[in-house]
Design a protein around this ligand. Structure first.
Ligand code: FAD
Length: 298
């Protein structure tokens, strides 16, 4: 039986893995996707101390190297259930059942969509939630970015380097994101901000977006729409555990403990004020400090 299984290998899960290994815990990291999680969707990170304008995929690669260097056990599989059997936690993957004394949930979030009729069908055919992954498909074309937070501003600046024109569609009249990014956007020639609008319709030709209609009846001829309107937590598999709040985030106390003894949660999957790389790493360190005291001294 493991001392600790960490579900999710984003910055939160990997940081927890590093600290757990160095505390001599018998730990296992699991992820269904790639090391780095959300980092893989970010073009450039400019606010992580000590790393100047690092590309998200390169940052993820460094995390993988660090996992290997520290010889932290890890596996790629999807966790489909978490069962509690007294003091034992059973992490069920698609292939096996793994047992641990402690579990950290670090499963992050996934993007929200606008909910328009043909939206799901157009995903990958004009609609995207990842400029880093899909931006190159829109080289020299016009695109729209929907959103008003830092993610929308940051990723639209990336798109502006590739695309002919980038519209930023904000349903309010002001931006929620960092002022530094907003100023950069306002000073970028091939970007146009349109406030107080929503997309009403995606027009498609041969299964691909050809234009969009806004609720002020304006038509924009864009080949792509990048949606950055927020995120929802990856917690469906924990629905039956009674550890979620009304928005499906995991509720934790100041030690990152959930209401189930021995089950912790960190990073973007918990309810908190600031969702950033450094705050996910911070959560991890507190959780491990607490778990390692319990494993090693009690
Ligand atoms: C576009 C964008 C730009 C951003 N820019 C910045 C920035 O410049 N600076 C900054 O500090 N922050 C930025 N952020 C926020 C930052 O990316 C997040 O706060 C951080 O990455 C969250 O890390 P995490 O480990 O909590 O979750 P994630 O990175 O989301 O990792 C969760 C991991 O869990 C895995 N997982 C989920 N469900 C399962 C399952 N059932 N089984 C197994 N594995 C599972 C996923 O595959 C994923 O790898 C940005 C976010 C976005 C979206």
């Amino acid at each position: 039986m493991y001392d600790l299984i960490i579900i999710g290998m984003g910055i939160g899960g990997v940081t927890a893995g590093i600290y757990a290994k160095r505390a001599n815990l018998n730990v296992l990291l699991i992820d269904k996707g790639a090391v780095g999680g959300m980092l893989n969707n970010i073009e450039t990170i400019s606010n992580y101390p000590g790393l100047i304008n690092i590309n998200g995929a390169d940052f993820s690669q460094k995390l993988l190297e660090q996992i290997k260097d520290l010889e932290i056990p890890y596996q790629f599989s999807e966790v489909i259930d978490l069962k509690i059997q007294g003091d034992e936690k059973i992490v069920v993957t698609k292939n096996e059942e793994l047992r641990a004394k402690y579990v950290i949930i670090a499963t992050g979030t996934k993007p929200k969509f606008l909910g328009l009729d043909n939206e799901k069908d157009l995903l990958g055919r004009g609609i995207s939630t990842c400029a880093t992954c899909d931006g190159a498909f829109y080289k020299d074309k016009d695109v729209a970015v929907v959103g008003s937070g830092s993610s929308a501003l940051q990723e639209s600046l990336y798109l502006a380097k590739i695309c002919h024109k980038v519209y930023i569609l904000n349903r309010k009249d002001r931006f929620k994101g960092e002022k530094y990014l907003e100023t950069k956007v306002r000073n970028t020639k091939n970007m146009e901000i349109i406030c107080n609008v929503n997309i009403k319709e995606y027009n498609e030709v041969n299964g691909k977006i050809e234009s969009i209609i806004l609720d002020n009846e304006q038509k924009l001829d864009v080949a792509g729409v990048f949606i950055y309107i927020g995120y929802k937590p990856n917690t469906e598999i924990f629905n039956n555990l009674n550890i979620l709040d009304e928005q499906s985030y995991i509720k934790v106390n100041e030690k990152y403990e959930t209401e189930i003894d021995g089950v912790y949660a960190i990073g973007d999957v918990i309810k908190k004020d600031v969702y950033q790389l450094v705050t996910a790493a911070n959560d991890a360190i507190y959780a491990i400090s607490n778990i390692s005291k319990k494993v090693l001294y009690i």
